[in-house]
Design a protein around this ligand. Sequence first.
Ligand code: GLP
Length: 252
Amino acid sequence: MEIIIKKTAEEAGRAAARLLAEVVQKKPESVLGLATGSTPLPVYRELIDMERRGEVDFSRVHTVNLDEYVGLGPDHPQSYRRFMEENLFCHLSIAAENTFVPDGLAADIPAACDAYEEKIAALGGIDLQLLGIGHDGHIGFNEPDRVFSVGTHQVHLTAMTREANARFFPSAEEVPASAVTMGVGTVMQAEKLVLLATGADKAEIVKKALEGEVDPQVPASVIRLHRNVTVILDKAAASRLSQGRESALKRI
Ligand code: GLP
């Protein structure tokens, strides 16, 4: 596992963007696994700038997103489909039909989850999966559990996650109670993982995920079992890592 620590969240985001762009430069028809939340916003800004500068071309890329709220469709301002359209897709040359986000409005959610897994497999798997991390260690919407989840499935959101995401909704009651998410197993099958965490509020969970036990109660800890993973942190999110890790701070 490689850990890169940058001074600011913006710089950390740019470093993550460069890793995504590298994958696309090497393989223009790459499948990128994407994430929502505030953390990846600097990544998406940089990718948009990079394509404008002619450094990378997204016209042949496919994307698959980690998750979506159940009950929210593309027209809902807080749906993840809408988030991706506004913050990334509509600014890139990527074809709309090559972007995939789980369908929060599907009539048959289990069938839609199976279809999402089949879609990822039909695309040839994910070349690089970008991950954020929730305060309870969730990745995608895989909440702390007794076991690591396998494939795409519906999850009940914890009070902590709903509270954390309430800032995007007019009121806390409007945060959906459940979501569809790729499973931990789906994520672990990606060729490469990039976990990005920024801000002092993530410092404690970053320490647990990177230095505690690999434990389904801290879903992000599973990434340590992946053969090709880069963790990118800003100084604030790295601030609780133990002495040994501090040497990485020299790479700022
Ligand atoms: C949501 C998303 C996660 C994301 C997390 C952290 O719960 N489903 O994919 O990693 O929020 O969000 P933020 O980056 O805003 O802290």
